[in-house]
Write a protein that binds this ligand. Structure first.
Ligand code: NAD
Ligand code: LMR
Length: 346
């Protein structure tokens, strides 16, 4: 169902912040659009804060009862009268949803409940991502940027990458930006500063309890900060709190995080399309072997934007404490990858 024909002015000939010409419109596909993350995410995508002054065509991909709910969401988007919002399409058809897509948010998947680990979702969710990856390879724009949010996000992204023929591995990412933002929030609260003054936070590994939020390179107003944070706080409070924050939110809120997840997805995609070259953020992407992480495993690394693509920050010296933690989370990713391999999903 298409509920809105393009309405906004012809934006052809506009330039992006760096003076390069860009397309007048951007096609954005969101699976799970009727879910709780979708309900926060879509309103941010429609404002222009992610893609700049381009008309945004939204493809809301849902299944089952979600389709009708997504039609209601589309009606509300129309009612919000966003000047940059173009066509809104609600569909169950992957080819219709991903056709010529420049940005894809793969959110649609079951969230975990109290007491579950994200890897427990592999059985329910793993099967979703092969067909989606295949359809993306077949019909999306060759320069598509894909962000997997549905859990377990890293391994689901590895499944997408295995099926998205013709799409470079670097174009498929999984979200650890929420973990990165959580880590910034915890340190800012501890030191009494603002998150904007903090730079070079790193989250290594899996979006799971084994992840390693790492402050070794962190700076506050450009000055190293690791020695202002005592080791006991780091190992006993900070690392486990960030790594288990998802479960804490489920415990306290009763449902899995949604607005903060949507906000982090916005940060990830905004930086990818329009970010400041050279700034560090945490991105999970297929490893190229950096830091000893086996190739193909979708692992979170410190990344910076170079010519509009994420590049893993190279040359960091890794101490024993870091090495141990990175190896632990990478081992878990390898196990998850082996599981989906055994199931024939990759
Ligand atoms: P939700 O249950 O509110 O919504 C999920 C939506 O996806 C539903 O509307 C459902 O109909 C739809 N859906 C299911 N299968 C689909 C498919 N094959 N194609 C299209 N749509 C489909 O869940 P939510 O709270 O929005 O969370 C979605 C996912 O995101 C969960 O797996 C959750 O664990 C994950 N998540 C990840 C992060 C992260 O940091 N990576 C953060 C928060 C949540
Ligand atoms: C989160 O980190 O909040 C999400 O991955 C949801 C979850 O299951 O923890």
């Amino acid at each position: 169902m298409t509920i809105q024909e393009p309405t906004s002015a012809n934006l052809a000939g506009q330039t992006q912040g760096n003076g390069e010409p860009h397309n007048a419109e951007v096609n954005v596909a969101i699976t799970g659009a009727a879910g709780q993350i979708g309900y926060s995410l879509l309103w941010r995508l429609a404002t222009g804060e992610v893609f700049g002054e381009r008309r945004v065509n939204l493809r809301l991909i849902e299944v089952g009862e979600g389709v009708k709910a997504a039609q209601g969401v589309a009606m509300e988007l129309l009612d919000s009268a966003f000047p940059l919002l173009g066509q809104i399409t609600v569909t169950e058809d992957l080819h219709e949803g991903f056709r010529d897509a420049h940005a894809v948010f793969l959110v649609g998947a079951k969230p975990r409940q109290k007491g579950e680990e994200r890897s427990d979702l592999l059985a329910a969710n793993g099967g979703i991502f092969g067909p989606q990856g295949k359809a993306i390879g077949e019909v999306a724009s060759p320069d598509v940027r894909v962000l997997v949010v549905g859990n377990p996000a890293n391994t689901n992204a590895a499944i997408v990458a295995a099926h998205a023929e013709g799409i470079a591995p670097r174009q498929i990412t999984a979200m650890t930006r929420l973990d990165h933002n959580r880590a910034l929030g915890q340190v800012a609260e501890k030191l009494g500063g603002g998150v904007a003054e903090l730079d070079r936070m790193i989250v290594w590994g899996n979006h799971s309890a084994s992840q390693f939020p790492d402050v070794t390179e962190l700076t506050l107003k450009g000055k190293p900060v690791a020695d202002q944070l005592d080791q006991a706080w780091l190992t006993e409070e900070f690392i486990p709190r960030v790594a288990k924050r998802g479960a804490e939110i489920i415990e306290v809120r009763g449902r899995s995080s949604a607005a903060s997840a949507a906000s982090s997805a916005v940060d990830h995609m905004r930086d990818w399309f329009n970010g400041i070259e050279g700034e560090w953020v945490s991105v999970a992407l297929p490893s190229d072997g950096s830091y000893g992480v086996p190739e193909g495993i979708v692992c979170s690394f410190p990344c910076r934007l170079v010519d509009g693509q994420w590049e893993i920050v190279q040359g960091l010296s890794i101490n024993e404490f870091q090495r141990e933690r990175i190896e632990k989370t990478v081992a878990e990713l390898q196990e998850e990858f082996q599981t989906v391999k055994d199931q024939g999903l990759v």
